[in-house]
Structure formats: structure tokens, C-alpha cells
Design a protein around this ligand. Structure first.
Ligand code: E4P
Length: 219
């Protein structure tokens, strides 16, 4: 299972990478805006800076919503670095763009996926990654994890090569359940990754070990 961090913040990306468990990064236009990144040159420079930190893939999302725009933007993004994956929204022209990029050998991440039907379309079109948004489904009282289970089952039935990249992950139980269900990748905020560290028995056990050691050493 791969861990991607869901942010455009360079400090958070470095912190997760330094922990030794980070594979790649996902961004979206909202996350880029949150860091105050705008303008073509700044956006490209920021993606390059992210690619220079991590070893695996970095998703960079197109803004265009028509086929021609997505193709020209995606080609530009793919030139930034070999690690770039072009993120394409699950809309009609997006499906065509997924197919085009597949034929050109450019990796894609199909984003804004909320149903099994959309997942089938993306896989048929040759998406490299599929991003079902589990937290946003939970927000509207649909079970996001159930969607991951459904897609994993369908992809296994047909041997689809598209990797399931669970997105909109909000807490550690989301991540653990995604691992149980066989998601290939989980993308989440830094606090979800560091949250996996926490257990009160680890803290109390360590405190006891250190206290016993100090006692035996006569401190
Ligand atoms: C990542 O690819 C998605 O854009 C992101 O996980 C969405 O997360 P959110 O629902 O917390 O905005």
C-alpha cells in the first residue's frame, strides 16, 4: 500500500517524507490556492519543487473542462517531471482525455469519483489511478468505504490495471479500512499519517520501561 500526502504545503511534504513512509503527493486547485500559488510559471515551479522532495508520483490537476484544453494543459504538466500524473475530472471530456493520455503513455489520475459506474468508465478509458472521494461521500450520508469495497471487487473481477487511490481521507480509521479493503494508495493529510503512531499503551509502556531502567541504575 502506498501513502500519498494530500497537500501542496512543502513543509508538510518534507515532514512526511522525513518520517520515511511517504511515497507521493496529490494536489488539487483548492490545495494550490490555499498555499497562495497562482500564475502558470509559479504553479509549474511549485509542482517541480514537490517532485524534488518525493520519490513517487505527484498528481497535478488540469483546470480546463473541455477535451482540447485538458490535453494541452496535461501535456504541459507532464513535461515538468517524470513523476507528474495528470489529474483529470470525471466528466465526459475527461473520459476522452483519459483515453488519449493512455494512448500517449502519460499517466493520469481520474478525480472527483463518487460511484462504481464512474470507476468502470475510468478503468475502461485507461486511467492509471482512480480517486474515489470517501470523506465527501460520508459527508452526505453515503458510505465512502463501501464504494472502495465495491470498486475493488469490480476491478478484481476484470483485472483492471487502474490503481485505486482512496482520496478525501479524513481520519486514521478511513486509512486502516482502506488497507483492509485493498486500496492501492491512500492520500491523506499529514495528521492522518502521524495519527497512526498514537496508542496510549505505547506511551504508558515506554514511560514504565524508562522509569524501571532509571530505578535499576539508581537514578
Ligand atoms: C485528492 O486527490 C483530493 O482532491 C482530495 O483528497 C479531496 O479531499 P477533501 O474532500 O478533503 O477536499
Amino acid at each position: 500500500m502506498k501513502f500519498f500526502i494530500d497537500t501542496a504545503n512543502l513543509d508538510e511534504i518534507r515532514e512526511a517524507y522525513d518520517l520515511g513512509v511517504l511515497d507521493g503527493v496529490t494536489t488539487n486547485p483548492s490545495l494550490m490556492a490555499k498555499e497562495g500559488i497562482s500564475g502558470d510559471a509559479n504553479v509549474k515551479a511549485h509542482y517541480k519543487a514537490i517532485c524534488d522532495i518525493v520519490d513517487d508520483k505527484v498528481s497535478a490537476e488540469v483546470i480546463s473542462t473541455n477535451f482540447e484544453g485538458m490535453i494541452s494543459e496535461g501535456k504541459e504538466l507532464a513535461k515538468i517531471d517524470d513523476k507528474i500524473v495528470v489529474k483529470i475530472p470525471m466528466i465526459k471530456d475527461g473520459v476522452k482525455a483519459l483515453k488519449y493520455f493512455h494512448s500517449e503513455g502519460i499517466r493520469t489520475n481520474c478525480t472527483l469519483v463518487f460511484s462504481a459506474g464512474q470507476a468502470i468508465l475510468a478503468a475502461k478509458a485507461g486511467a492509471s489511478y482512480l480517486s474515489p472521494f470517501i470523506g465527501r461521500l460520508d459527508d452526505i450520508s453515503y458510505d465512502g468505504l463501501e464504494l472502495i469495497a465495491q470498486i475493488a471487487h469490480i476491478y478484481q473481477n476484470y483485472g483492471f490495471e487502474t490503481e485505486i487511490l482512496a482520496a478525501s481521507v479524513r481520519h486514521t480509521m478511513h486509512l486502516i479500512k482502506c488497507a483492509e479493503l485493498g486500496a492501492d494508495v491512500v492520500t491523506c493529510p499529514l495528521k492522518v499519517i502521524t495519527g497512526l503512531l498514537k496508542h496510549p499503551l505505547t506511551d504508558s509502556g515506554l514511560a514504565q520501561f524508562l522509569a524501571d531502567h532509571a530505578k535499576a541504575a539508581g537514578k
